[in-house]
Design a protein around this ligand. Sequence first.
Ligand SMILES: Cc1cc2nc3c(=O)[nH]c(=O)nc-3n(C[C@H](O)[C@H](O)[C@H](O)COP(=O)(O)O)c2cc1C
Length: 353
Amino acid sequence: MKAFIKKLLAVFLVIWHPIDRLLLSIASRSSFLSSLYYTFCSRCFSKEHQSVIAGRLKYYYNLKNNGSGSSVLLRRNIHRLEKGIIMRPCRRVFATGYIFDTVKAYESALSAHDSRESFSGTLKWAHDVLSAYFSITDDGHAVIRRSRDYFHRLPSIGGDHLFRPYHRDLSGSLSIDYAGLLELSKRRRSVRWYRQVAVSREQIDQAITVAALSPSACNRQPFEFRIYDTPEKVVDIADTAMGAKGFSQNFPGIMVVVGDLSAYFHERDRHLIYIDGALAAMSLVYALEVQGISSCIINWPEIPSKERAIKRKLNLNPEQRVIMLISFGYPDAKGMVPYSQKKSLNHIRSYNK
Ligand SMILES: Cc1cc2nc3c(=O)[nH]c(=O)nc-3n(C[C@H](O)[C@H](O)[C@H](O)COP(=O)(O)O)c2cc1C
C-alpha cells in the first residue's frame, strides 16, 4: 500500500511540475495573480498570514488593555523621543502627535509594573527620556504642557545614572581590534559535534546578555531565546526541524529563537522579527564562541505540520513564530567541520553601483 501511494505521488509530481511552472509564469505577472496563486494553488503562506493577523490583533488588544503589553508602544515611542532629542539642531516642539499617548503608556506600565528587571529598566528609561524631553521642549505648546503636567503627577524613578541620550566616551581604545574580530570570525564555524558535557548556564546567560545589546528596529526587541538543556527535550525540539538529522542526538543543548508579531500594528513590519532575531543570534553566536562554546544554526522550515508541532511543544501563541534553532555545546575536537568557502569580496561588495 505504502509503495503504491509513493508511486502515485511520484506520478502526480511528474504531471504537476510542468503545470506549476506554467502557473508560476502567469502568477509572476502581477501581485493580484500572485495572490490568486497563493489562494488556490499553494497554502504555503497561510500560517504566516494567520500569525501576522493574530499579531496585529494582539497589538490592538494590548493597547486597549494596557498592562505590560503597552511596553511595545512605550518602547517604540521612547525611542522616537530619543531620536528627536539628539536631532541637530534640536527642535523645541516635536512629538506632539504622540507625546500624550506615550505618557499614558508610561502610566499604564507603571501600574502594571512587574518584578522583571528588564521591565523596570524599561520604566526607568521611559521616565528619564520623558524628563529629558520635557526639560528641552517648549511648554508654551498646549499638548506639551498638558503632557508635562500629567507626567509630573506620576511617580518619579530615581537613580544617579540617567537612561537618556548621552555622548559616548570615545577617548580610550577598544580591547578588541580588527585582527581579533577577524580571528574570531575564522574560528567560528557551524559545529555539529560536541563533547557530552553540560554547558554552563552562566556562560549561556552571558552570551544572551551580549545578544540583547544588538540593534533592533525601534528598539522593540521582539524576540526571546528559549533554551533546552535536558537530553529528552533537546532531541525532541531539534528533531522537529529537519536540518539536524543524524547529529541532533549529540547536542548538549538547543535554543529556539522565537519572534513576537504582536509588536507591530502593520504588515509592513512583519519581517522585523526575522531581521532583529537574526542580528541578535549572530551576536549570541560570537559571544558563545569567545567563551569556548560552539554552535550551529538550524533552519526552521515553514511547513504547516512542523509549525503545529513546534507551537504545541513550546506552547506558542498564534502570533509567536520560530525564527531559527541554534544547537550549542563545547566542541568535540575529533569532529570535523565543513570547509564552507565564502564568496570573495568582489562578489558581495559594490560601491555606488
Ligand atoms: C539560516 C540558517 C539556517 C541553517 N540551517 C542549517 C540546518 O538546518 N542544518 C545544518 O546542519 N546547518 C544549518 N546552517 C548552517 C550552515 O550550513 C552554515 O552556516 C554554512 O554552511 C556555512 O558554514 P559556517 O557556518 O561554518 O561558516 C544554517 C545556517 C543558517 C544561517
